[in-house]
Design a binder for this molecule. Structure first.
Ligand SMILES: [Zn+2]
Ligand SMILES: [Zn+2]
Length: 759
């Protein structure tokens, strides 16, 4: 006989690990116990060595579906003569649950129960088990236990309690478990928030949507606004009330067959839609399939999700499987409503509310993802993904909190080899979003039991997150580190790809604070986590009106034209406006310099006649991509690469002179060339620029690994073409698969830089 002490780390709590171990040990007739212990699972098990080997192999090879084993080790101990196997309940006060599971889409077992008339949970919208259900969104503190979730207020009935206490049951210690007798209930509210006394709130809600009404429905991480996606009038009304002119709405479809009937779908997309993370997946639309055009106007793609909670499944069935618009429950760009004040926040938008009494503690937006070349490219990493850790390629000896950027904000904690990137917090300019940022930092700190000794922030002095980090460091005496924006992008892509060598970092985005105080965004960096060199960049031009230029791409067109020595007018812009902007450029009034690739896309979009004004950043660039995908490659525009003149350090930085490119676009536009052809040629030019600059940098540095990061690389066409082109040129190309290339991934890069600088 032998006794072994096994320690397992990873996502092993709140995922049905102990019942799994219990069943496995019992099946092998082994004695001992299993216990949650400070974020790990501790097993002591006694039996014949060959059986123990078998037990260990099964334990590590086939863990429960939601578990993520990071580390597993065992040691021998003297046998104690145990007779049976037990689950030992953690002692009160023990620090627990270092890894918290994300929210998980309803599992097949629960789904079967939901639609089984003989099951006691038949039709119950809040059923769940240890393999599925809400997690992050209902947790109020650590350790993860029902009393520290928003389910604390629901006392379990005898039947639920019996399942919860039974180690062999699928609901053993399933903290959010409930049934119709003891759990949360649906409630229907009218437009003014008054309860509507009705026996079947869900059926009524479904009928209202079919009648063309706009409904608000409380989901896992917040409210959605829903309407019939086939009904052009309802969709237009939703846009009007929400103050959202053209940004696409996501839709909910009942099943994969329905998705296939409206969109083109590949194997990876199929897998993502059905995964426990259940993100919104951007798919290519099939023409004329009954979805109203104004759901995603002019957009070749459609954001699609499958039902991920029992409530969504019931709703999809209640509306007879028709496509439903399912968009964030907010007005304009505010953070989504998730609390009882939803009625107030969505008043004037929703005709009725389908709500319930299980509070949401952590607001969590839907995740959005797309697939390029068969590989996931995350757009927004939030519900269903966060706070699952990303492994670092090296140790982070002292715990770090990285606070990320200003827009698409996330933060990250890191300790050891794990980085925990938070859910999406939105735009920290919004007071509500910033307040959530502050309280969620505290919550993660508790859940992860990480006391940061380093605080990391962006170089930008005016980011709310930067000020937060500085104030906190001043209060606590914690070390403070500023990381340049594009260096963080580069490091983030390196870290998730496990790179440790020096690379060429192609980091293209809209705006990032440079080390010289100008606005960067079309950068080729060389270096590693510890240091970088700005090896090449786009030729800087003025950004007339500063941030105003982000909302008015025509300003960037004028700036680039002026830089290229042209005074062509923009057909859709008034002479007075043009005069003002030209004057600003001439005198340098409120015209910061930028080397931004995002702004060059804006200029190209305006010159091509695609877009002069936008309501969301990058909209013009996105539409340029749509147009480019509609036509075949048609050559590229010229550009030049020169060396920066007054550099004292050799080798001097390269500058991509965009003036020949701008002149050529202006000529094409003037000649009435189709905007799709201009868009395509522009994309091909960016590919050529990247290939040419990377070639020069390889020649001078010997580096042959390229990482692609920054929001511009959400552009699927560009990412696909650049990857292919660089591969042909013999480069090793890495891009984002785990965190978004945009500022949602900054925190991960900040963490990696900090960890490397500690060594
Ligand atoms: Zn389940
Ligand atoms: Zn119950």
């Amino acid at each position: 006989m032998q006794r072994r002490v096994i320690v397992i780390c990873g996502i092993v709590q709140g995922v049905g690990f102990r019942p799994f171990v219990y069943n496995l040990a019992t099946r092998h007739r082994l004695a001992g116990f299993v216990r949650n212990d400070a974020g790990r699972v501790l097993i002591e098990v006694e039996g014949e060595p060959p059986t123990l080997d078998l037990f260990f192999a099964e334990l590590t090879d086939h863990p429960p579906p939601l578990a993520l084993i990071e580390n597993c080790s065992w040691q021998r101990q003297a046998p104690r003569g145990d007779r049976e196997f037990r689950i030992v309940v953690s002692e009160a006060g023990a620090i627990s649950s270092v890894f918290i599971s994300p929210d998980v889409a309803v599992c097949p077992d629960c789904l079967a129960e939901l639609f089984d008339p003989a099951d006691r949970r038949f039709g119950y919208p809040f059923l769940n088990c240890t393999n599925c259900g809400p997690r992050l969104t209902i947790i109020t503190g650590a350790p993860y236990d029902r009393s520290r979730t928003t389910m604390a207020q629901f006392a379990m009935c005898a039947a639920c309690r019996a399942e919860y206490d039974n180690p062999t049951n699928r609901r053993f210690h399933a903290q959010p478990t409930a049934c119709a007798a003891c759990g949360p209930r649906l409630q229907l509210l009218d437009a003014s928030g008054q309860p509507v006394a009705i026996a079947e709130p869900l059926a009524h809600f479904a009928r209202s949507l079919l009648d063309g009404k706009i409904g608000a429905i409380k989901g896992l991480g917040g409210y959605h606004l829903a309407c019939d996606a086939r009904n052009e009038t309802a969709v237009a009304e939703l846009r009007r009330r929400k103050h959202r002119d053209e940004k696409p709405f996501a839709i909910l479809l009942p099943d994969l067959a329905a998705v296939e009937s409206v969109c083109e779908i590949g194997a990876t997309e199929r897998k993502l839609l059905q995964s426990p993370s259940a993100p919104i997946v951007l798919l290519r639309k099939r023409a004329g399939r009954g979805i109203a055009e104004n759901v995603a106007p002019r957009n070749p793609c459609l954001g699609v999700m499958l039902p991920y909670t029992p409530l969504h499944h019931l709703l999809a069935r209640a509306v007879g499987g028709i496509p439903l618009v399912m968009t964030s429950g907010n007005r304009s760009d505010e953070p989504i409503a998730y609390r009882d004040d939803a009625v107030e926040k969505l008043s004037g938008i929703a005709d009725l509310f389908l709500t319930h009494d299980r509070p949401i503690h952590v607001r969590c937006d839907d995740s959005v993802t797309r697939v390029v070349d068969g590989v996931e490219l995350p757009v927004r990493r939030s519900r269903g993904y966060a706070p699952r850790p990303v492994s670092l390629p090296f140790d982070c000896p002292r715990p770090v909190l990285a606070v990320g950027g200003q827009l698409k904000a996330t933060f990250a904690f890191a300790a050891g080899r794990q980085a925990f990137v938070s859910h999406h917090l939105g735009d920290l300019d919004h007071f509500d979003a910033f307040r959530a940022f502050e309280s969620d930092v505290v919550l993660y700190e508790q859940l992860l039991a990480i006391q940061p000794e380093w605080l990391v922030h962006d170089l930008h002095p005016d980011y709310a997150a930067t000020r937060f980090a500085q104030e906190r460091a001043a209060r606590s005496g914690t070390a403070l580190l500023a990381v340049q924006h594009h260096h963080a992008h580069m490091a983030s892509c390196m870290a998730e790809n496990g790179l440790t060598e020096s690379v060429i970092g192609v980091t293209f985005d809209g705006t990032g604070y440079g080390t010289d105080g100008t606005i960067w965004g079309g950068e080729f960096l060389t270096g590693n986590y510890r240091k970088f060199r700005r090896a090449a960049h786009l030729r800087p031009v003025g950004m007339p009106g500063g941030e105003q230029a982000i909302w008015e791409p025509w300003r960037m067109a004028v700036a680039h034209l002026a830089d290229a020595g042209l005074t062509s007018s923009i057909p859709r812009v008034s002479a007075a406006e043009l005069r003002v902007v030209r004057m600003m450029l001439e005198k340098g009034l409120n015209t910061p310099l930028t080397s931004s690739m995002g702004r060059l896309f804006d200029a190209a979009a305006s010159l091509a006649g695609v877009r002069d004004r936008v309501s969301s950043e990058g909209q013009a660039a996105i539409e340029l991509e749509w147009l480019a995908t509609e036509t075949l490659a048609a050559g590229a525009y010229p550009f030049e690469i020169t060396a920066e003149p007054e550099a004292d350090a050799a080798p001097s930085a390269l500058v991509v002179d965009t003036r020949p490119l701008v002149r050529a676009i202006a000529t094409d536009a003037g000649a009435g060339i189709d905007s799709r052809v201009i868009a395509r040629r522009f994309h091909s030019t960016v590919v050529e620029i990247i290939a040419a600059v990377c070639g020069r940098l390889r020649d001078e540095s010997g580096l042959d690994a390229v990482v692609l990061s920054g929001g511009v690389f959400l552009n699927a066409l560009l990412t696909h073409e650049v990857s292919a082109r660089l591969a042909v040129e013999g480069f090793r190309v890495c891009r984002h698969r785990l965190v978004p290339p945009n500022d949602g991934g900054l925190a991960l890069g900040q963490v990696a830089v900090a960890a490397a600088r500690q060594v």
